[in-house]
Write a new protein. Structure first.
Length: 256
């Protein structure tokens, strides 16, 4: 360092000093990087969440019927579906399917989708991860035995799910299904009330929750007439829930 008469200070560095200085900066930077990596929060993989509606973007809806009782109303419901060219999704419990194998086969043979509602109609939030797994696996096995097809959707009884249920469903390669329109038909309201609850909320890709009850069976013919008149088609869940691979295939075909 040298002083000049005007008071300005000018610093001169030798090549050796410059290299040492730069080495120090690099070393400090490396230490800082290592420290930041050590304190960086570790983000776990986020499990898939429940599906409340489809993603086709089309004027389609999925009627989803959760079944653990009410088999006496299902023949009339099947007739109504056939008359209106509607394909629906039945979520059946394994124990119900065991008691009503002929109905399950008829549902499947008529083109409806048979999916998993667990083995018993229990509160899944009260189950351990292993217990939840047993319920889903057992229910799925019975559906496969009766229809020859693997179930890929799981609708937990009471619409209950927690982290355990989400994690177990994902590990078993099931998509967890909720709904966007609830008929609340298990309370057995008048058929007109069921129709109004659906039509007042109808939207593209709606998942409409139903059960086999007398007012539901009574409401279906008029309800489906109104749904069709509004320009909607009634399809199974797999036709309104489009996977990433299906989107990719569709885009590739569109570009050719």
């Amino acid at each position: 360092m040298h002083k000049r008469g005007d008071g300005m200070r000018i610093f001169f560095f030798t090549k050796k000093g410059f290299i040492r200085g730069m080495s120090g900066f690099v070393f400090l930077g490396l230490l800082a990087f290592i420290f930041l990596q050590m304190i960086k929060p570790q983000v776990a993989a986020v499990p898939a969440q429940a599906i409340y509606q489809g993603n086709s973007g089309q004027k389609t809806v999925a009627l989803c019927i959760n079944v653990d009782w009410g088999e006496e109303f299902i023949p009339a419901m099947l007739e109504a579906f056939k008359a209106n060219d509607a394909k629906v999704t039945f979520f059946v419990t394994g124990r119900w399917a065991e008691k009503n194998p002929d109905l399950v086969r008829q549902m499947h043979e008529e083109g409806h989708s048979i999916q998993n509602h667990g083995y018993k109609h229990v509160h899944f939030n009260n189950l351990s991860g292993e217990q939840a797994r047993e319920q889903i696996v057992k229910g799925g096995r019975i559906i496969k035995e009766l229809t020859g097809k693997e179930s890929v959707y799981f609708a937990p009884p009471y619409g209950e799910f927690n982290t355990n249920v989400v994690t177990v469903s994902e590990k078993l390669h099931y998509k967890l299904i909720m709904w966007s329109i609830d008929t609340i038909d298990w309370q057995k309201p008048p058929a007109d009330t069921i129709i109004k609850r659906v039509m007042n909320q109808l939207h593209n890709d709606a998942i409409i929750l139903m059960h086999p009850t007398q007012p539901t069976a009574e409401a279906l013919p008029e309800l489906m007439t109104q749904i069709s008149a509004s320009g909607y088609q009634m399809k199974t869940l797999d036709q309104i829930i489009i996977t990433d691979n299906e989107k990719k295939d569709k885009n590739e075909k569109a570009n050719h």
